[in-house]
Design a protein around this ligand. Structure first.
Ligand code: FEO
Ligand code: CA
Ligand code: CA
Ligand code: CA
Length: 671
């Protein structure tokens, strides 16, 4: 989702209203926290001392970074190169920051387009003709606004890096760039015709596409029997504790066990048994009706940002999006969905045990006892970081035995303490305060109103958690906190240390055993540190990176991330154009050693686009990126777009697309 909160973001701020009614602690707790901080400053041992030391290191790094940036600014426009980043293990020469209709990658690397909006996915798909698009054609073609990307090697279970399935999410639609004649107005979503709305619904969901690399070029396998489109109308099974609950029932599904489609699939993840997880994020914006303010579920709607006026036009054409006709339909969204990419006939499953919120992504790590842990962020201002721990260990020898592992386990929400420690609080019905006295009569109700349950547990309100992902090398779990311009000075804490946090930050959660062979991702306690605080050092107060950061290495609004086989982090951004006149991009940094938190710009997106889904092949030789909403700039429309990336052909609008980046002549990305 583009960061509509920022100046220059073109759509009205609808999907991200910050609905947590009590995002801060009581005055008593604030006083308590200040006292703890003073205790830490007096030099307590352990995590408290670590937190204080971290403060000091970050402060000095910030000062040095500001001096460094000032020196480089004084030196004038940048010639960039690896010598500027001595301590970094990343060997590429970083790009300069710039904002252009074309994208760019570091010297010595090549980009190719793998698949674009409208390209055929199913063999019977017609050629793309944006002036004559139909819903039937769209349902067979690659969808809009690609976000999560997974590369799943073929054959199943192999580490093949030249042949596999590309599993891609299609998060949402931009009708002003998809359809002729809507203009660039901010309310284009409310101007679509019924047929256009049906095209939009078909452009949501996922694409699964077999791809192959031959002679250095990636291409889809056109007639693959594995190719699949999932849309907003694909039947899905609802499973887990909330399945069958009265609040999950609609007139089309009297049992509350069968949903139609999936929407706003942002990031995702996968499982050790080879299924893909896709996350329903800003599902609220498709639903509308007077019941948002007057219905029996009005308080719940409000907490999830569901308003009287939907941001899309669909409720005017299709009853299930109208709260006054189907008040429970939105309860069937906001879940994670698991699907089997190897079986195009399989029915995707909404796994309610993992909670209902605006899931950005959902990535896994394996605890020493074989239980599987799934980390997920709720991307809203002042919302929370969660993890789910399966009740049972997974079975590496029997794929079928893992089929319903995600239906049974415990969901936890994170509380970060000021002394550098953190705790995972269980969302379990019957444990105080999640009882009937607070309106929770079952685990189903805890899960349907996950946000309210987490509020009562006093989880820590964060600056919009996007990707949360474990580094397989150092065992630390990284959370991208994209931004939060509504955090006031009196709401600042150590884990969200900046008021008016325009640029966001990245934190590390450190489970017991991190850095060893036995990282206990299932543990209920751990510690935390701040990895970086985004923005431009010397300009943006509080920006903190490695002290050798170059003038080009700073970033804004971290969103998705991945790790290469050396444990280095690759961070993609969403939101930079509105704030800084630089494009979004992909940045890389070491996470350990002398180059820790020294970010370098590797890829620069075309204007208007955010970068999603960084995904490496198992050999680290291809980096797939999802380039989402190219041309989504103010005053940009189908007729007069700010870019025609990637085709640059008259009459062809910009097209969200998956690109592959490889090293010229072959080799590992970042080396
Ligand atoms: Fe869809 Fe949180 O970005
Ligand atoms: Ca997105
Ligand atoms: Ca985002
Ligand atoms: Ca995102």
């Amino acid at each position: 989702m583009p960061d509509t909160n920022l100046p220059g973001g073109r759509l009205p701020e609808i999907e991200d209203i910050g609905s947590n009614p009590a995002p801060r602690d009581t005055i008593g707790e604030l006083v308590q926290r200040r006292l703890s901080r003073r205790a830490a400053l007096r030099g307590l041992v352990g995590a408290a001392a670590t937190a204080t030391l971290t403060d000091q290191l970050l402060t000095s790094a910030n000062t040095a970074a500001a001096q460094n940036a000032a020196a480089q600014d004084a030196a004038g426009p940048q010639g960039t190169g690896p010598l500027r980043n001595g301590p970094s293990s990343l060997t590429f020469a970083e790009l300069p920051h710039q904002l252009k209709p074309q994208d760019a990658v570091a010297p010595g690397y090549e980009m190719q387009t793998v698949i674009r909006w409208g390209d055929p996915v199913l063999p019977s798909a017609p050629a793309f003709d944006p002036a004559r698009q139909t819903a039937a054609a769209q349902a067979m073609q690659f969808g809009y606004n690609n976000d999560y990307v997974d590369f799943i090697p073929l054959p199943q279970g192999s580490k093949n890096a030249t042949h596999g399935l590309l599993a891609v999410n299609h998060e949402y639609t931009d009708p002003q760039l998809m359809f002729d004649g809507l203009g660039a107005s901010e309310d284009s979503r409310l101007k679509t015709s019924r047929e256009q709305a049906m095209i939009e619904i078909a452009a949501h969901g996922m694409s699964i596409v077999e791809i192959r690399k031959e002679n250095g070029r990636w291409a889809p396998v056109a007639d693959s029997r594995l190719n699949r489109r999932v849309t907003g109308e694909t039947p899905m099974r609802i499973s887990g504790p909330a399945a069958g609950h009265d609040r999950m029932k609609t007139s089309a599904d009297l049992e509350g066990r069968q949903a139609l489609g999936t929407f706003n699939n942002c990031a995702g993840g996968n499982t050790p048994w080879g299924t893909v997880i896709t996350c329903e994020e800003n599902f609220n914006q498709y639903f509308g009706g007077a019941a948002a303010e007057t219905g029996s579920q009005a308080a719940m709607y409000k907490r999830y940002g569901i308003a009287k006026q939907a941001s899309y036009h669909w409720a005017d054409f299709i009853d299930r999006f109208n709260l006054d006709k189907e008040p429970n339909e939105p309860n069937r969204f906001g879940w994670v969905v698991e699907y089997d990419p190897y079986d195009p006939q399989s029915v995707p499953v909404k796994r309610t045990a993992l909670g209902r919120f605006k899931h950005e992504g959902c990535t896994h790590a394996i605890a020493p006892d074989g239980r599987v842990v799934f980390y997920s962020g709720d991307d809203e201002r002042f919302d929370y970081v969660y993890k789910f721990v399966t009740a049972r260990a997974w079975n590496p020898n029997d794929r079928a035995a893992n089929r319903d592992l995600l239906d049974d386990g415990t969901l936890y929400v994170a509380r970060f303490e000021e002394d550098g420690k953190m705790r995972w609080l269980p969302l379990v019905h019957g444990q105080e305060p999640l009882t009937a006295a607070n309106g929770f009569n079952s685990q189903a109700e805890v899960l349907i109103e996950t946000r309210r349950a987490a509020d009562l547990l006093k989880a820590t309100p964060m600056d919009r958690p996007e990707d949360v992902q474990a580094n397989p090398v150092n065992g630390r779990v990284y959370a991208m906190l994209t931004n939060n311009t509504r955090r006031k000075a009196e709401q600042v804490d150590k884990i969200n240390p900046r008021a008016n946090n325009v640029h966001g930050h990245v934190i590390e959660m450190i489970p017991p055993g991190a850095g060893t062979e036995r990282v206990d991702h299932a543990a209920l306690e751990g510690t935390w540190e701040i990895f970086l605080i985004a923005g431009k050092p010397g300009t943006d107060a509080g920006a903190q990176y490695h002290q050798s950061l170059s003038a080009e290495g700073w970033l804004s609004c971290p969103d998705n991330c991945t790790f290469d086989s050396k444990g280095r982090i690759w961070i993609s951004t969403d939101g930079a154009p509105g704030t800084s006149k630089v494009a979004d991009g992909l940045y890389a940094a070491d996470t350990d050693g002398e180059g820790r938190a020294l970010t370098k710009l590797f890829y620069q997106a075309p204007t208007g686009a955010e970068v999603c889904g960084p995904c490496l092949t198992p050999d680290d030789e291809t980096m797939f990126l999802a380039i989402q909403h190219p041309g989504d700039d103010k005053d940009s429309s189908f007729d007069t777009p700010s870019t025609r990336w990637p085709d640059f052909k008259d009459g062809m609008p910009p097209r969200p697309a998956i690109i592959a980046i490889t090293k010229t002549g072959g080799g590992k990305i970042g080396a």
